[in-house]
Design a protein around this ligand. Structure first.
Ligand code: SF4
Length: 401
């Protein structure tokens, strides 16, 4: 998934105060992710979609896609942003018809395609002509061997860097999605430097949730996650917007870093990474930006699968209904689980956490680990209980997802 599924988007509006906004997302999401197809020519190890070569017969049709767009348009301005993902959205034969329809209904669209021969300069120009201005691509290493190993495709790293350079040259706003995992965690500083050189606008870092092809062996421990969050705070001081997916505690890390000044969190690994970043990029060039608006799975964010099933996120495989039988906004506004998520009615450590509104934990990871989408996020680096359970191996036996 790394091509999907942010809990935010390249043009997410910002709450500059970093102050939470309870109730803000009760009636309408900020971002609607539509997995247009599961078809993709790649077979990445951590893919949420468990993508396949050919489209499934039961994908939402062109008319059903238009109905989805109609529903977003009916919400009025500002309309939610529709993020088209997959699989590979470029495998949808009716992609341009849907882009034109979204443009006619003034629904803003961002694309998250795969890097394959389909994403050539001719295609990029066509996407521009059909109203696309923002594109996100996945890059999972600073070294070709790392990225190509994750993607399972030789020379994919070079193709991705070339595609990013072409997109920037053509004037797109470009986001890079990186899934952080054991194989690439020591390359994060180098990835940040590479993205700076390429002029990437947004870096979105995904933290593994054990679903799809992803395996538990890829995931980081809570202390490692804290170190990564600290590195990302530093990376954000170089002008690039940095966000996380399924690690909302990053907002807490940013807030605390802004309050306490620099370098008060110290571990040998975090210190090493920070030093590596400064060696590559020199002194920080920007002040720290406030946390983005506090969206989370099901709060400001909703995901529609290729078959029309609705999920709080692409990593939370708990169907809440289907747009074929129920309007998306009815599901979004009225489903009991989504109302609980938006109200912060959690269990365990997240229930009593003072940062619950700013953070709220990964609902997907709570479900994947405990079978409880309202449970504590077991990867939380701020929760001793959650970390202890995870480290002692007590979490996974309880899982039923
Ligand atoms: S306990 Fe929950 S809400 Fe608090 S920081 Fe951890 S994951 Fe976030």
């Amino acid at each position: 998934m790394s091509k999907y599924v942010s809990t935010s988007a390249t043009f997410e509006p910002r709450n500059e105060s970093g102050v939470s906004t309870p109730g803000r997302f009760d009636q309408r999401p900020l971002l609607v992710f539509w997995e247009m197809t599961k078809a993709c020519d790649l077979a990445c190890r951590h893919c949420r979609a468990s993508a396949q070569r050919e489209p499934a017969a039961d994908e939402l049709t062109l008319d059903e896609g238009r109905s989805l767009i109609d529903e977003l348009a009916s919400l009025g301005s500002p309309r939610p942003i529709l993020i088209l993902t997959g699989g590979d959205c470029l495998k949808r034969r009716d992609l341009f018809l849907l882009l034109d329809y979204a443009a006619s209904q003034r629904v803003p669209v961002a694309l998250a395609p795969s890097v394959t021969p389909l994403l050539n300069v001719g295609m990029m120009n066509a996407l521009r002509e059909h109203g696309v201005h923002s594109i996100s691509l996945s890059l999972d290493g600073a070294l070709a061997a790392t990225h190509d190993g994750v993607r399972g495709v030789a020379n994919h790293f070079a193709a991705t860097c070339d595609a990013l350079a072409s997109l920037k040259r053509l004037g797109f706003r470009v986001q890079v999605n990186t899934t952080v995992m054991r194989q690439n965690v020591d390359e994060l500083a180098a990835i940040a430097a590479l993205l700076q050189r390429l002029g990437v606008d947004v870096w979105e870092v995904f933290f593994v949730v054990t679903t799809g092809r992803a395996s538990e062996a890829l995931a980081l421990t809570p202390p490692e996650i804290r170190d990564v969050c600290e590195l990302l705070v530093e990376a954000a001081r170089y002008g690039m917007t940095v966000r996380t997916v399924e690690a909302p505690y990053f907002r807490r890390t940013v807030r605390e870093a802004a309050e306490r000044g620099e370098n008060q969190w110290s571990s040998p690994r975090a210190d090493q990474w920070r030093s590596d970043l400064r060696t590559r990029l020199g002194p920080a060039t920007h002040s720290l930006r406030a946390p983005s608006v506090a969206t989370r799975d099901g709060k400001g964010v909703i995901f529609v699968s290729s078959r029309g099933e609705v999920y709080a996120s692409g990593f939370l495989p708990l169907s809440l209904g289907n747009v074929r039988s129920t309007p998306l906004m009815t599901i979004y506004r009225e489903h009991h689980l989504l109302r609980q998520i938006r109200a912060g009615e959690f269990r365990g450590g997240c229930a009593s956490c003072a940062s619950v509104d700013l953070c709220g934990g990964s609902r997907a990871r709570a479900f994947a680990t405990f079978g409880d989408p309202l449970g504590v996020d077991p990867a939380c680096p701020y929760q001793a209980d959650a970390s202890r359970m995870l480290n002692a191996g007590l979490a996974f036996p309880a899982r039923r997802a």
